[in-house]
Design a protein around this ligand. Structure first.
Ligand SMILES: Nc1ncnc2c1ncn2[C@@H]1O[C@H](COP(=O)(O)OP(=O)(O)O)[C@@H](O)[C@H]1O
Ligand SMILES: [Mg+2]
Length: 236
C-alpha cells in the first residue's frame, strides 16, 4: 500500500541554484516522519513543492495514491493537506479564534466556531482565543498555526520548525500532541531543528543536505550515519 504522502524525484532550481535535487520522501498514516538538515538544505522549498506553493522542475507528489502534482494549493488542502509556516503566516489583525475559524470555514466545516475551540483546546492555547494574533509571542503564534492547520481535519500535517520559539514545556507538550495525532491516524511530516524532539517522537527520519536525501531510517540509525555526521559538522 502506498504511503499517505509520497514525494518522488522532486527537483527545484532557482536560476543556477539547485535547492532540491531528486528528493524522495514519504509520510505514512499513523506515524511521525522527521525531515532534518542544515540551514539551506531545501526543507522549506520541499514543503512548498508538496503543498503547491512552489512548482517543481521534476518529480511527483501523491496524496492517498492520487497524483496532486499539478493541483493548486487549495485543492491539495481540500484533499487533506495542511501545513504551518517557518515564517509565521497568521492574519495578524484578527483574533486567535477568528484565525482558526477562517480555516475551518474554508474547509467547509458546518460549525467552524465549535471546531476552532476544540482544536485550540487540543493544542493548549484555548485561553488565547480572544487575543489578537499580532500580540502573541512567537511560541504561542506557532501553536495557533498548528491549531489552524488541524481545523482543516487534514490527513497529512506538515510542520515547518514548529518548536522554534517554544520553551521546554511547550516543546514537550507539542511532542505529546504530535504523537497523539499520529495515534489517531494522521501522517505527520516534521521539519525541526530541535534534535531531542526529533529523536524522541519520530518513527522515521530523512536527512536533506544540499537538496538531496542522504539518509533515511529510524532516528538512532540516521543519527549514527557517517554522511549525516559529516553534513552537520560541515555546516557547523
Ligand atoms: N525563492 C527563492 N529564490 C531563490 N533561491 C531560493 C528561494 N527559496 C530558497 N532558495 C534557496 O534554496 C536553498 C534552500 O532553501 P530552503 O528551502 O529555505 O532551505 P531550508 O528550509 O532547509 O533552510 C537555499 O540555498 C536558498 O537560498
Ligand atoms: Mg526552512
Amino acid at each position: 500500500m502506498s504511503a499517505t504522502l509520497d514525494v518522488s524525484g522532486v527537483s527545484v532550481h532557482f536560476g543556477g541554484v539547485t535547492a532540491v535535487d531528486d528528493a524522495h520522501v514519504s509520510a505514512d498514516a499513523g506515524s511521525v516522519t522527521g525531515l532534518i538538515g542544515p540551514n539551506g538544505a531545501g526543507k522549506t522549498t520541499l514543503f512548498n513543492v508538496i503543498t503547491g506553493v512552489q512548482p517543481a522542475s521534476t518529480g511527483t507528489v501523491t496524496l492517498s495514491g492520487n497524483d496532486v502534482s499539478r493541483l493548486p494549493t487549495y485543492k491539495r488542502a481540500r484533499l487533506g493537506m495542511a501545513r504551518t509556516f517557518q515564517r509565521l503566516e497568521l492574519f495578524w489583525t484578527l483574533s486567535v479564534l477568528d484565525n482558526v475559524m477562517v480555516a475551518a470555514e474554508q474547509a467547509g466545516d458546518p460549525s467552524p466556531a465549535d471546531t476552532a475551540r476544540t482544536v485550540l483546546e487540543r493544542v493548549g492555547v484555548a485561553h488565547l482565543a480572544d487575543e489578537q494574533a499580532g500580540s502573541l509571542p512567537t511560541g504561542s503564534a506557532r501553536l495557533v498555526e498548528v491549531a489552524r492547520a488541524l481545523a482543516c481535519e487534514p490527513k497529512v500535517l506538515l510542520l515547518d520548525e514548529p518548536a522554534s520559539g517554544l520553551d521546554e514545556a511547550e516543546t514537550r507538550q507539542l511532542g505529546v500532541l504530535l504523537r497523539g495525532l499520529a495515534a489517531e491516524g494522521l501522517a505527520v511530516l516534521l521539519v525541526e531543528h530541535d534534535m531531542s524532539l526529533v529523536m524522541e517522537i519520530c518513527d522515521t527520519v530523512s536527512v536533506l543536505d544540499l537538496g538531496r536525501i542522504i539518509a533515511s531510517g529510524p532516528p538512532a540509525e540516521v543519527r549514527a550515519h557517517p554522511l549525516v555526521i559529516e553534513a552537520y559538522l560541515g555546516a557547523a
